[in-house]
Design a protein around this ligand. Structure first.
Ligand SMILES: Nc1ncnc2c1ncn2[C@@H]1O[C@H](COP(=O)(O)OP(=O)(O)O)[C@@H](O)[C@H]1O
Ligand SMILES: [Mg+2]
Length: 234
């Protein structure tokens, strides 16, 4: 059984279903990437995996446990960390306060985890007293990822972590995400920069209208003429 198995998810907002039998799995320490057109339901699928969207049918298991009926907070307790697409930092709080907020569910000493985040993102140590709202887009995304790491997740979920950043900053962020995966943390990530993200994907999902259109390794999807033509601009 996969480390994360979100199986046949169907559901949406109110009566309208957005997801139609969407299935996503991630193995331990692997990077899974979801790509697809705007409005395909990528963010909705992430919310469903995290428990922010009630499912009409389907199930979510993590590390062998069925967590389908758990709240997002309980899922954090089980090892999920989620960086949403928008509003993912507290702009009027300092970088360090943002990281401390990320640890709000922890009762133990989390100084060493803050240290680990600073080692992963050294610029955040330099800017630790600055308000997150004053940072560049790429630095803010580092704060958001760092904040999610504060609960020491086993599965890190990222919704468009490179949105609005330069190509160089994007490459850097992807390198850090690979570093995180190498520590054994599983990554489930939505990305608009489909080509670059699929290059680092152990598994890639092309989502269309709330359903799986293509699933394969990242490199295999990049080599698939149909996927290239339809979703990667040739
Ligand atoms: N909070 C919401 N309430 C109602 N409909 C929503 C909400 N969020 C998204 N949708 C709709 O769900 C569909 C999928 O949206 P979304 O999951 O954000 O797509 P993607 O992340 O792939 O761009 C869109 O048609 C969008 O308008
Ligand atoms: Mg989205």
């Amino acid at each position: 059984m996969s480390f994360l198995s979100a199986s046949q998810m169907t559901g949406g907002y109110g009566k309208a279903d957005i997801l139609h039998g969407c299935t996503l799995t991630v193995e331990k320490g692997q990077i899974a990437v979801i790509v697809g057109p705007n409005g395909a339901g990528k963010s909705t699928a992430m919310k469903a995996v995290f428990g922010m969207l009630p499912l009409r049918s389907g199930s979510v298991t993590l590390d062998g446990d069925d967590i389908t009926s758990l709240t997002p907070q309980d899922r954090v307790g089980r090892g999920m960390g989620f960086v949403p697409q928008v509003n993912n930092v507290f702009p009027t709080m300092s970088v360090e306060e943002n990281l401390e907020m990320g640890a709000f569910t922890r009762r133990d000493d989390f100084r060493d985890t803050i240290e680990q985040v600073y080692e992963l993102f050294p610029i955040l140590r330099e800017k630790r007293r600055q308000n997150a709202g004053e940072l560049s887009g790429g630095q803010r995304q580092q704060v958001a990822v760092g904040r999610a790491l504060m609960t020491k997740p086993k599965l890190l979920m990222l919704d468009e972590p490179t949105a609005g950043v330069s190509p160089i900053v994007m490459d850097e962020l992807f390198d850090r995400i690979i570093d995180v995966a190498r520590t054994g943390i599983s990554i489930l990530m939505v990305e608009q920069n489909a080509r670059q993200a699929l290059e680092i994907a152990d598994v890639g999902y092309v989502l269309v209208q709330g359903a799986n259109a293509y699933t394969d390794t990242g490199p295999a999807l990049l080599a698939d003429p149909e996927v290239r033509r339809t979703f990667l601009g040739g």
